[in-house]
Design a protein around this ligand. Structure first.
Ligand code: ADP
Ligand code: MG
Ligand code: MG
Length: 251
């Protein structure tokens, strides 16, 4: 599904390389955790995959189902099923959460050559998914993320995922700032979305999210490269030992 080969990335206007030859292969149905010290390039990887501007790819390639992902605009990537849950979810004043969700879903359908979803079908879908995530009617009517608590923002992201049904979900530190109840709701939401044709890249600094979302593979990102890969046991080892062996920023 996703193939990242020798990816080199720098910040536009700066000389410093943030990603320095990153390789990653993600197949349908798999959950990959990417762990690593602060500043190792985890968020940069998620932004580059989602198509955020300001990052310059200087070498390497990224394909999604064989198609050149880096050649696509961010909205085309989204239409093809790439979803990024941000570490800091954006607030959109003046746009009701429900309206935003419907627009996002219809944009995706349009890109696939499908017609707009019928309002009653949309309402049924949103109510059912929101119910599973303990998101109430009020949160659906309020402007996107405005005044939402940390936990509400994270649950709202999982709602977006549940409605948009992406092929590749990238979660960047979705666990940060969550109390244990919110963490459970988010993890259950993610687990409910696991399926043989959907993959997850779960980026986290801490092991605790992985107690709830069990990854198939764990990778350690250090100084812009994946320096170790293993199974879930690698996360436990990192939790016990810390990142002392891996610290330092990209050159
Ligand atoms: P992580 O998510 O692993 O903590 P980041 O990808 O956020 O790491 O950052 C990697 C490195 O790149 C850090 O040294 C960070 O300061 C730098 N960096 C990331 N984004 C920017 C940016 N937009 N401008 C300048 N430096 C950046
Ligand atoms: Mg960071
Ligand atoms: Mg980060």
């Amino acid at each position: 599904m996703l193939e990242v080969k020798n990816l080199h990335v720098k910040i536009a206007d700066e000389d410093r390389e943030i990603l320095r030859g990153l390789d990653l292969v993600v197949k349908p149905g798999e959950v990959h955790a990417i762990m690593g010290p602060n500043g190792s390039g985890k968020s940069t990887l998620s932004y580059v995959l989602a198509g955020k501007p300001d990052y310059e790819v200087t070498d390497g390639e990224v394909t999604l189902d064989g198609a050149d992902l880096l050649a696509m605009e961010a909205d085309e990537r989204a239409a093809r099923g790439v979803f990024l849950a941000f570490q800091y979810p954006v607030e959109i004043p003046g746009v009701a959460n429900m309206t935003f969700l419907k627009a996002a879903l219809n944009a995706q359908r349009k890109a696939r050559g499908e017609g707009e979803i019928l309002t009653p079908d949309f309402m049924r879908l949103v109510r059912s998914e929101a119910g599973k995530l303990a998101i109430n009617q009020d949160m659906l009517k309020r402007p996107v993320n405005v005044g939402f608590s940390g936990g509400e923002k994270k649950r709202n992201e999982i709602l977006q995922m549940a409605v948009l049904q992406p092929k590749l979900c990238i979660l960047d530190e979705t666990d940060s700032g969550l109390d244990i109840d919110a963490l459970k709701i988010v993890s259950e939401g993610v687990n409910a979305l696991r399926s043989p044709d959907r993959a997850f890249v779960v980026i986290t600094h801490y092991q605790r999210l992985l107690d709830h979302i069990r990854p198939d593979f764990v990778h350690v990102l250090s100084k812009g490269r994946i320096v170790r890969s293993g199974g879930p046991e690698l996360a436990l080892e990192l939790e016990a030992k810390g990142y002392a062996d891996y610290v330092g920023e990209a050159a």
